[in-house]
Design a protein around this ligand. Structure first.
Ligand code: FMN
Length: 246
């Protein structure tokens, strides 16, 4: 990990319309950068070309951010995240970086990074997150990690949140199904008395030998009805759900 020093507490901002572009080879060496990138970095164009991209690394950036960046683009996927960079004079600037692999056919030939000005809210959130990540790394107790630019908590709270997250339908579906099974089937299996009560359900269609004279006032007369003896028992309460017609 390269540590570029000194750093100052002075932030350098750039216009919202500016787009900072750089292209690297597959090792992360800069092969192209546009005038806006050069201007904001504070380096001369010649000082940047051919240099590894960590030339502008700011020491406040947690290594986890770049691990995730390289892991993501190595899989051929684009990566988006907030990056705090160091200018040549030690000042800093925040960018929202979008890094994507460049291909010649199936072959990845390099990477393109397009950076725009993040909002203050994004910067604040990234500062809080990166401070936490550095503190966790120092304490040897990593909780926040990145996966393809998305923050994940590795603790129990994070696992439960992922299980219930709308973006992860499979675990959520499994949880819903498990709860459904537990609520509907298990009480029946565990409680034979429930089935016995169920057999008394007055509307059960398997009671085929009924006559309309046996009908209760609440039942439509067309329904199959049980003989009187059984129909009396059928009015026993409480009635249970589901009706036992199976
Ligand atoms: C296309 C591309 C753009 C990158 N842009 C930056 C950048 O703006 N700032 C930065 O610190 N690292 C950037 N990196 C990541 C660096 O290559 C490097 O991994 C990072 O600075 C960490 O350096 P270290 O290995 O010395 O810790 C970029 C990498 C690629 C492939």
């Amino acid at each position: 990990m390269r540590t570029n020093l000194p750093v100052t507490a002075t932030e350098f901002t750039f216009a919202e319309r500016d787009t900072l572009v750089s292209v690297t080879d597959t090792k992360g060496r800069i092969t192209y950068c546009n005038p806006a990138f050069v201007h904001v970095s504070g380096f001369a164009h010649e000082e940047l070309l051919g240099q590894p991209h960590n030339l502008i690394r700011h020491p406040d950036m947690p290594p986890e951010a770049f691990r995730d960046l390289w892991d993501t683009i190595a899989r051929g996927l684009p990566w988006t995240g907030l990056v705090k960079n160091r200018r040549k004079n030690g000042d800093f600037y925040w960018v929202q970086a979008n890094v994507t692999p460049l291909r010649d056919g199936a072959q990845v030939t390099g990477y393109l990074s397009v950076r725009t000005l993040p909002t203050r809210a994004q910067v604040q959130a990234a500062e809080t997150l990166y401070n936490a990540m550095r503190a966790e790394a120092e304490a040897g107790r990593v909780i926040h990690v990145l996966r393809h630019g998305t923050v994940l908590r590795q603790d129990l709270r994070g696992r439960i949140a992922r299980l219930l997250m709308p973006s992860t339908p499979t675990p959520r579906l499994m949880l819903t199904q498990a709860l459904t099974v537990a609520l509907v089937l298990l009480p029946g299996a565990a409680s034979p008395w429930w089935r016995r009560k169920c057999a008394r359900w007055p509307h059960a269609p398997r009671r085929r030998h009924a006559t309309s004279s046996n009908s209760s006032p609440n039942q439509p007369s067309a329904w199959p009805l049980a003989p009187v003896r059984r129909a009396k028992r059928a009015n026993a309460w409480p009635m249970r759900w589901p009706p036992c017609n199976a």
